[in-house]
Every structure is written in structure tokens, then in C-alpha cells.
Design a binder for this molecule. Structure first.
Ligand code: NAD
Length: 485
């Protein structure tokens, strides 16, 4: 792949310069160094990528699954080999720490591993003699050309929530990565190219809204997977569905952790610190509200304030750094604005992380961990996804009150409980209306052979990403009823 300051598109098994003069600058969020430009590809470029995928489809669909997965075995080995390089690229364009970036690549590789099981995961089922001399069989077949639209916060992992399953099932695939982090996707596609996939099986188109709209409106795109913020997810879901496509959109979040009086407090503080401030709070599973029950409040408040203050914030490539910057100056301004609004609405800062000075990185988009309390439940801050390193504390008296508070939130991505009581944990997991539940877990991220669930405003669709859901999403069921004389 030629090295360019403008990232390239990939289709027909080749790298292409997008035919557009509209470019977005991509900066390192810690240093503000200019890293690259993302071309805003238009409908013509999207059309070429779809054509490439369409041409490759019939042959790829007929390639036996056992042969298709040989490419994934190679991809897995190559992702292992290039983990360090990919992780460094992620740190540079996304801002997370090197350890976090390596963890993300690992989580991506897990999905490749699971998709290698497609020969069995894709099996249908059958019944002999449904009537005299008649047999019935369900086959799973690929859909055709499918597309994924991904966010900035996991530049390697989230494309890998979709790509391995889509192509293992026999579809051909188009990725539209986040325009804020195009370099990781470009490197990923160079790795896919090295894995020797036939031309057109995987395709990459860079851009933003216009590129997405062209994919959503293209009659040959059969299915769309998307991960991003709730307003955009809702829009993509509606537009793609109106065009007759199969759609899954994983959206925004406002996650709660509940700390019971009988919790292992050290564990609860450690896990909540990691959840709220890891990846600078830019995880859709990040804890945003800590609901303390009864006597848990005072010691938890003290513990979390201490760990929040102690976290080492800086450039993710530096040794010992535990938290990096947020993605853009606009994001920093938005998050600091939300903190200010929370304080105006009656809240108090237990730890105020706004406008820190990080020596050597004065221009970076840094916010230190922030802990707020006393925020009225009716306030905007309580209903808004902050997507930054901010945790609010809400004391309640009972577990029922905690569950009710979570249920009143419009989002339903994740919630966790910290307790030593089996009965409390059981009540929580049964009653809490969210898709991913943690019990003594800070970031309840499903492994690749389980669906990445999500409810309410956090998900639009039926089948989620990963595991068996992904296989169902990327296949059509065909029922064959047979009589042989
Ligand atoms: P975003 O919604 O701004 O962008 C996501 C994708 O949609 C990008 O590829 C972008 O180019 C495209 N897009 C943006 N605006 C668009 C528009 N108006 N029309 C068409 N396409 C558009 O999200 P982001 O800021 O990149 O990512 C952060 C968000 O993603 C957070 O809300 C986070 O909670 C969410 N997220 C959710 C999950 C999940 O599994 N539920 C996982 C990761 C991130």
C-alpha cells in the first residue's frame, strides 16, 4: 500500500485515491500533530466499492465455508503479528493508552477466531418425513453485499465485530470507518490484502455523512451494521430500513453501577475507576453513574475520589500513563460544558478534572477524571451521554430504588452491581432493563461468542453484533421441502 497523507479507499483488490477535493484533517489528540487527511468520498466512490463487492459475491458465496475460513486463520495469525503496530497507530489517532489499544486488538482477534467456526455455526437443520415421503431442510445462505459504519472509539475492534462474520458467511463487505480514525482501518485493510483475500471480498470507503447516505441508498447493499451515537443510529436505522435493508445499529449509552453495602469495596472502587475513566470514558460500556445503596455511599465516595485523583493522565505511548485525551477539542469543550452545566444545575464537584495542564502536551484534548455529586435527577446531565471521564454519584436507600433509577434512563446498554449477596445479584440481573449486565464486573463486555446486547435507545434492530446473532444477521434462511417418488 503506498503511503499517502490522504488515506486511500480499497476496492477491486486495489488501493484508490478518492475522487474528491473535500478532505478532513486528522490530528493526534494528545499532541495535535497532523496525521493524515480523510477524503469525503461521494456516491461515485461508493458505487465503485459496491460494484467491486457485487462482482466478487457469486464466486465467494460458492467458495466452501471451510475454504473461506482459511483466509481468517491467516488473518488471525497476521493480526497477532501486527498487534503492536496496530496498537501504536490506535494510540496516535484515537488517544487511548497502549495497553488499552492492545486490549482492543485482542478483542478484535477474538471475533476472527469465533468466525473461524462458521462451518458449524452456519449449519441449518432438517426433518425427515414431515409428511409421508416428504423431507424439510433449512439452509443458511449469504445475503450479498453488506456494509458496516463504525465509530471512532474502537478503530480496530468494532470493524472486526462485523467483517469476519460477514465474509465467513459468504457475503462481500464494505467498511466505512470513522472519519476521525481512518489510519487503523487503512492498516487493517493492508493486512487483509496480505492475507490474500480474493479481490472485492472486502472493500473500504472513507468519508462521512454523504458516504454513509450513498451506502444506505444503494439498492445493491443488502444489510447495514452500524455503531455510533443514538441520533445517528436512529437516522441510519430508519433510512436503511426505508430502503428495504436489514439493519442493526448499536448506539449510545448511559451506564450505571450499583454499589451495595455488602460489596467488596476495593473491587467496586477499582472496577468503577477502570470503567468510568478507562479509554477516557469514551467506551459505550463506560460507567457514567455510580448508584450507592445505603452505607456504601461514604466509603465509595472517598475511595473513588482518591483513585480519580491518582490516575496518571498523559500521552498513551508513554510508559505508566493510565488515561489519554478525548478525541477532539470539540469533544473536550462539549464535555467540560456538560460538567459546568451540571454544577450550575445544583451539582458539586468531588473531583474537578477540567482544563488540566499536562506537561509536554499542553495542546492535547485532556480532561482529568471528574467526579460529581448532587446532580438533580431531572437535569440534562443525568439524561445525556457524556462520553468523557466523568462519573456522577447518586445515593439511594434500596436496591429497588437503584433499579428504578436505571429503568427511568432512556438508554439500556449496560449496568453492573457490586455485591456479595446472591439474592441481590439475582434480583438485579432479572429486573434491570439493559442488554449487558455485570455482577462484580466494571465493564460488562460480552466475549465474541456472545452477542453484544443493548436495549432501548442503545440499540435499533433485532440481531446484535458478534456470535450467533452475527451469523443470523449475515445469512438468509431458505426452507426446502422435498418429495422424491
Ligand atoms: P457518531 O454517531 O458520530 O459516528 C458513527 C459513524 O456514523 C461514523 O462512521 C460517522 O461517519 C457516521 N455518521 C456521523 N454522523 C452521521 C450522519 N449525520 N449521517 C450519517 N452518518 C453519520 O459516533 P462516534 O462519535 O464516532 O462514536 C461514539 C458513539 O458511539 C457514542 O455514542 C458511543 O456510545 C457509541 N458506541 C456504541 C457502541 C455500542 O455497541 N452500543 C460501541 C461503541 C460506541
Amino acid at each position: 500500500m503506498p503511503r499517502q497523507s490522504v488515506v486511500l479507499n480499497y476496492y477491486n483488490g486495489q488501493w484508490h485515491k478518492a475522487e474528491t477535493t473535500q478532505l478532513l484533517e486528522v490530528f493526534n489528540p494528545a499532541t495535535q500533530d497532523l496525521l493524515a487527511h480523510t477524503p469525503l468520498s461521494g456516491p461515485d466512490e461508493v458505487g465503485k466499492a459496491v460494484q467491486s463487492a457485487l462482482q466478487a459475491f457469486p464466486r465467494w458465496a460458492r467458495t466452501p465455508p471451510v475454504e473461506r475460513i482459511q483466509y481468517l486463520f491467516r488473518l488471525k495469525a497476521m493480526l497477532e503479528k501486527y498487534t503492536d503496530e496496530l496498537a501504536r497507530l490506535i494510540v496516535q489517532e484515537n488517544g487511548k493508552t497502549l495497553a488499552e489499544a492492545k486490549g482492543e486488538v485482542r478483542r478484535g482477534i477474538e471475533n476472527v477466531e469465533v468466525a473461524c467456526g462458521i462451518p458449524t455455526l452456519m449449519q441449518g437443520y432438517n426433518s425427515e418425513d414431515v409428511a409421508q415421503g416428504i423431507d424439510e431442510t433449512v439452509l443458511r445462505q449469504p445475503l450479498g453485499v453488506v456494509a458496516a459504519i463504525t465509530p471512532f472509539n474502537f478503530p480496530a475492534m468494532i470493524p472486526l465485530w462485523f467483517l469476519p462474520y460477514a465474509i465467513a458467511c459468504g457475503n462481500t463487505f464494505i467498511l466505512k470507518p470513522s472519519e476521525k480514525v481512518p489510519l487503523t482501518a487503512q492498516r487493517l485493510f493492508a493486512i487483509l490484502e496480505e492475507a490474500g483475500l480474493p479481490p472485492g471480498v472486502v472493500n473500504l470507503v472513507n468519508g462521512a455523512k454523504e458516504t454513509v447516505d450513498a451506502l444506505l441508498d444503494h439498492p445493491q447493499v443488502r444489510a447495514v451494521s452500524m455503531v455510533g451515537s443514538t441520533p445517528v443510529a436512529r437516522y441510519i436505522y430508519a433510512r436503511a430500513a426505508a430502503n428495504g435493508k436489514r439493519v442493526q445499529c448499536q448506539a449510545g449509552a448511559k451506564n450505571h453501577v450499583v454499589i451495595m453495602p455488602d460489596a467488596d469495596l476495593d473491587l467496586a472502587v477499582r472496577a468503577t475507576t477502570e470503567s468510568a475513566f478507562g479509554c477516557a470514558g469514551q467506551r459505550c460500556l463506560a460507567a457514567s453513574v455510580a448508584v450507592t445503596v445505603g452505607s456504601a455511599h461514604a466509603p465509595f465516595r472517598e475511595g473513588i475520589a482518591e483513585t480519580a485523583l491518582a490516575l496518571r493522565v498523559g500521552y498513551g505511548l508513554e510508559e505508566g500513563v493510565q488515561m489519554g485525551p478525548v478525541i477532539t477539542p470539540q469533544s473536550k469543550a462539549r464535555i467540560e460544558g456538560l460538567i459546568a452545566q451540571g454544577l450550575e444545575e445544583g451539582g458539586r464537584a468531588v473531583v474537578d478534572g477540567r482544563n488540566p495542564r499536562i506537561p509536554g502536551y499542553e495542546k492535547g484534548n485532556f480532561i482529568r477524571p471528574t467526579v460529581l455529586e448532587g446532580i438533580p435527577l431531572s437535569s440534562t446531565l443525568h439524561r445525556t451521554e457524556i462520553f468523557g471521564p466523568v462519573l456522577t454519584l447518586v445515593p439511594v436507600n434500596t436496591l429497588e430504588e437503584a433499579i428504578d433509577l436505571i429503568a427511568r434512563n432512556p438508554y439500556g446498554n449496560a449496568a453492573s452491581i457490586f455485591t456479595r449477596s446472591g439474592a441481590a445479584a439475582r434480583q438485579f440481573r432479572s429486573q434491570v432493563p439493559v442488554g449487558n449486565v455485570g455482577v462484580n464486573i466494571g465493564v460488562p463486555a460480552p466475549v465474541a461468542f456472545f452477542p453484544f446486547s443493548g436495549w432501548k435507545e442503545s440499540f435499533f434492530g433485532v440481531l446484535h453484533g458478534q456470535g450467533r446473532d452475527a451469523v443470523a444477521f449475515y445469512t438468509e434462511q431458505k426452507v426446502v421441502i422435498e418429495r422424491w417418488g
